[in-house]
Design a protein around this ligand. Structure first.
Ligand code: CDP
Ligand code: ZN
Length: 164
């Protein structure tokens, strides 16, 4: 078995012309929310954290090394592409998902009503059982940038198991 940890944070801003926020997409699921991530890609902090957890477990370069911000090809790109690549590298190395656990930190939107939908989508991208993926929400108690709704933060842990 191998364990990995991933972390990501994106600034949240209103959408143009009032800010530079993109549509609010988390785990590949769209949320109706007045602010969105500022990012070179689509800014999906959950998919980024899970991607880094898997790459970390493999001991491979992180998401920013594999998909540099400076590359115009990654402008506005659907982050499921990054996670697909991490899953491909995982299978190439002979590993499968044991389980993944994620904590999304933001005041709004609330994650719990949609956690199964998000988990199912991550499982679909990874090609594993939805029961292997867990997603939960947590507030930042209204303090600091995350608590003031100016950023979203995600932590993810991934356990990989060697395939027979
Ligand atoms: O009560 P405690 O301070 O431990 O947690 P909280 O940050 O106040 O969040 C309470 C509950 O709200 C969490 O356990 C989640 O179930 C839910 N929550 C959520 O679904 N989405 C968020 N963005 C924040 C919290
Ligand atoms: Zn990110």
């Amino acid at each position: 078995m191998r364990i990995g940890h991933g972390y990501d944070l994106h600034r949240l801003e209103p959408r143009p012309p009032h800010g530079s926020g993109r549509a609010f997409v988390l785990g590949g699921i769209h949320f109706d929310h007045p602010a969105g991530p500022v990012a070179h890609s689509d800014g999906d902090a959950l998919l980024h954290a899970v991607t880094d957890a898997i790459l970390g477990a493999l001991g491979q370069p992180d998401i920013g090394q594999l998909f540099p911000d400076q590359n115009p090809a990654n402008e506005g790109v659907d982050s499921s592409r990054f996670l697909h690549e991490a899953a491909r590298r995982m299978r190439d190395a002979g590993y499968a998902i044991g389980n993944v656990d994620c904590t999304v930190i933001c005041e709004e939107p609330k994650i719990s009503p949609r956690r199964e939908e998000i988990a199912a989508n991550i499982a679909r991208i990874l090609g594993c059982q939805p029961s292997a993926i867990n997603v939960k929400g947590k507030t930042h108690e209204r303090v600091d940038a995350v608590g003031e709704g100016r950023a979203i933060e995600v932590h993810a842990s991934a356990l990989l198991t060697l395939m027979k």
